[in-house]
Ligand binder design. Structure first.
Ligand code: DGJ
Length: 504
């Protein structure tokens, strides 16, 4: 067996597959697509048609362990074999105790045994359909099933290594209230915050490595290093308590799986949707960016925290999830703007991967996504070479009419052709600096004027070329000059090679 896929976490983070850095140009299938072997075949064929190299596909606890201790791997195997047939790698999504905060993927024997598998409560005495993070039995059962899954993948796929990474659970957290108030949770909440958590946080505070938003909330509560949850974390105690317990649970599940087959593992987050949204309205205790410090301490087996981005401020979310050296991986992106945001994620933040959710569906027009992915597929070798060097920049229009990029003294003024509107795909693209003054630029929906950062200096073209990429190599087309000497990207994605010089 060759060395398994692994993460190198130095910046830029790399996922090494077959000994080489691998970027996941991916799509996530709908929740039920892997519920039938023929259906997943069709879904993965669609992803192949979109020029994906990776698919994110659920594995459902209820389907793989219909009776306790009896496993059925047929759908997992069918998924892996279908992926191979379609030239795709896989990130498998373990839908275990949590799926969008509830426990709908738990097997029947878990759902129906409320004595053994305790339920969360947000109103005292009223059981939810979500299992409690404090249920030791659920934790053990989930970890056992997940370990069995990883053992099976090791046996079935250890040689070919179609499966690259695993997402453990899906969008954890608690909804409908800020905290589990079931009797067990209530008792734990009245007790002290574990010293393991506080000591690790304190150490990070001293090193200045806490996430600023978290540091602020701790400061507001008085920066205490011992006491009950309320004493230490004040107004945010409920969310911190949930984060600690959910992350400990998930971390234990992940660790049990890694012991069998140590693939990189991630968790995904349902994001805070608007400023000042209260925890419990968004999933309390889930891995939102301000909780990453706590999650990392409670769940060391989790390698990265990943945002599911359906909200419009995509750039801000990318910034949030690259704090404290977290590698950016976007397992779910809004499918209707994915054809634009994908450029920004890879070029601006050296994303390891990007996946629109529901990419296998036929309910959206996939023309633009296919066009972006077709171009990126040929560009990936170049991106892999230049990412993280500061020589790649992403372009996606948000609210501004203009944006500016700097490469040394060369200033790129990006003028968007139209205001951003729901009606059309945002302007999009990326720039790769090959060397000072020489750039590959791809995109649509903007024009670039070049300036010099120093007063009295000017910038002009040496040459401008149309072309396209083939496996990372530039294939030149028309040389542009005269009336066509403009770095202009209209509605249809194109690629240009620009050479500039400066003079005074
Ligand atoms: C986020 C979840 O993580 C996905 O599994 C799916 O339910 C989508 N929401 C639907 O928009």
């Amino acid at each position: 067996m060759s060395r398994l896929p692994f993460l190198v976490k130095d910046e830029p983070a790399q996922l090494i597959v077959d000994g080489k850095p691998f970027l996941m140009l991916a799509g996530e299938v709908h929740n039920s697509s892997a519920g039938d072997a023929n259906y997943i075949e069709r879904s993965l064929a669609r992803l192949e048609g979109l020029h994906c190299n990776t698919a994110l596909v659920p594995v459902s606890w209820e389907l793989v362990e219909p009776r306790e201790g009896q496993f059925d791997w047929r759908l997992v195997d069918a998924t892996i074999l279908a992926a191979r047939r379609h030239g795709l790698r896989l990130v498998l999504l373990w839908f275990g105790t949590w799926k969008n905060t509830f426990s709908s993927y738990a097997p029947e024997w878990v759902k129906t045994d409320l004595q053994r598998f305790l339920r969360a409560e947000t109103t005292p005495g009223v059981k939810m359909t979500a299992i409690s993070a404090l249920s030791t039995e659920a934790r053990k059962a989930d970890a056992k099933a997940f370990a069995a899954l990883m053992r099976h993948i090791a046996e079935f796929d250890g040689e070919e290594q179609t499966v690259l990474m695993i997402q453990v659970e899906n969008e954890t957290g608690l909804l409908l209230g800020p905290r589990d108030v079931s009797p067990l949770a209530e008792e734990a909440f009245q007790g002290p915050v574990p010293t393991q958590l506080l000591e690790a946080l304190e150490q990070q505070r001293q090193q200045g490595s806490l996430i600023p938003e978290f540091q602020l909330l701790w400061e507001k509560a008085g920066n205490r290093t011992r006491g009950t949850w309320s004493e230490v974390f004040g107004a945010d105690a409920n969310e911190l308590f949930m984060a600690w317990h959910i992350a400990s649970f998930v971390g234990e599940v992940a660790q049990a799986g890694k012991q069998e087959y140590p693939l990189p593992m991630l968790v995904n987050a349902w994001l805070i949707q608007y400023a000042d949204e209260p925890a419990g309205h968004y999933p309390s205790g889930g891995p939102v960016s301000k909780m990453m410090d706590v999650w990392r301490i409670a769940a060391p087996a989790i390698d990265l925290f990943a945002p599911d981005i359906y909200i419009p401020h995509f750039k801000q979310v990318c910034r949030d999830y690259t704090q404290s050296h977290n590698p950016l991986f976007i397992p779910e992106a809004h499918v209707l703007v994915a054809a634009a945001n994908v450029f920004y994620a890879f070029a601006e933040h050296a994303a390891l991967g990007f996946a629109p959710f529901g990419a296998d569906g036929d309910e959206f027009d996939s023309t633009e996504l296919r066009a972006s992915y077709a171009l990126l597929q040929e560009l990936l070798p170049l991106l892999a070479r230049y990412r993280g060097t500061g020589q790649t920049r992403g372009i996606v229009q948000e609210t501004a009419e203009k944006d500016e990029l700097r490469f040394g003294d060369y200033v790129f003024e990006i003028r968007y052709q139209q205001p951003r509107s729901e009606e059309r795909l945002p302007a999009r693209g990326l720039v790769i600096e090959i060397q000072p003054g020489e750039y590959f630029i791809v995109g649509a929906g903007f024009e670039i004027d070049f300036h010099h950062a120093q007063p009295g200096h000017h910038v002009d073209y040496l040459s401008l070329e149309e072309g396209h990429f083939k496996q990372g190599l530039w294939v030149p087309g028309r040389r542009l000059n005269g009336d066509e000497l403009r770095t202009k990207f209209d509605d249809v994605l194109i690629a240009l090679k620009v050479r500039l010089y400066a003079f005074s």
